[in-house]
Design a protein around this ligand. Sequence first.
Ligand code: NAD
Ligand code: IPM
Ligand code: MN
Length: 351
Amino acid sequence: MTKQLLLLPGDGIGPEVTGQVRRVLDALDLDIETGEALFGGAAIDAEGVPVSDETVARALAADAVLMGAVGGPKWANQPYDKRPEAGLLRLREAMNVYANLRPARCFSALADASSLKRELVEGLDIMFVRELVGGVYFGKPRGIEELPDGERRGLNTHQYTTSEIRRVARAAFDLAKGRSGRVCSVEKSNVMEAGLLWREEVQRLRDQEYPDIELSHMLADNCAMQLVKNPKQFDTILTDNLFGDMLSDEAAMLTGSLGLLPSAALGEPGKPGLYEPIHGSAPDIAGQGLANPAAAILSLAMAVRHSFGDERAAGRIERAVEAAIEGGTRTRDIGGEATTEQMGSAIVQSL
Ligand code: NAD
Ligand code: IPM
Ligand code: MN
């Protein structure tokens, strides 16, 4: 049956990298129907909101949604609900995609592009499972208040419930079964009640239902350090929304560039997934043809795997990206001079 893919190019380098995703889709010749909608700053400019109700409805009706990137200086002084980023948060919440898979794999050909020594990163294969629709990103109360003494207070609430923790932990344990079976759960249970509950509930679920999972716990500050000291100690890292955001950007540099890391955000089985490169709109290089499209194209591979159930095609896309890089085509972020378009061409040719 024809699968429906909704593309949301977004802002900055978003349209540049999703343009290359389209070329890969055309070359693959799969039974996929592709639609497109405005999103982020582009939607604010044209429609007055970062994501329209209609776009949310189209996303919920699709089999998968692939987003480029949102945000940029043009919209950075708006109140929060009028920002491109708010559109992304609304979409994640509406789709209820609570488990964000962010794989950080180091291609052997790129081990020298990493900020770390080759022997520390060669063969690296970490799967982050980041909680995506809760925690401090969504907790209430939130806002900026004027206090009587003339001070202002910025307020955000970090919170997790038992069920929010258990469903994402389940996703991590299920994924880890197909990997090494090792899960490291990361929080700050030493200073936060929400972190303590996280640790207790993750351990409880493991003891109740996943006796074969080898579960360890680590404080987030130590994890940030360990990722740079000895990243290959990790297999699956389960963590909350904010720590997962930061630790996955950190891990990107272990693989060579932020422009390489894809992600899949999944909810309940049968519901559409949301796929995005983990990088942003990169205003510093936008419009110059310098962006690496690999993260977006690898996100398409994750969509093909998780939402379209086509493991063969997903593997083909992943091997094509690796082959293009091995063949020497590299954008500037990974030490080359290729343009976004040339990188896309090399990947399409490798298919
Ligand atoms: P960023 O990820 O956009 O860029 C960080 C650095 O990485 C920049 O130097 C950029 O040039 C580089 N980079 C990122 N992607 C690249 C690629 N594909 N190829 C080559 N280099 C790449 O982060 P930022 O500068 O902190 O944020 C810019 C805007 O993007 C902000 O508005 C932010 O909110 C937004 N943002 C959006 C997303 C998203 O849409 N999912 C993610 C992160 C940041
Ligand atoms: C990401 C981004 C987003 C996040 C922003 C743009 C809302 O940084 O996808 O990693 O913080 O989740
Ligand atoms: Mn991020």
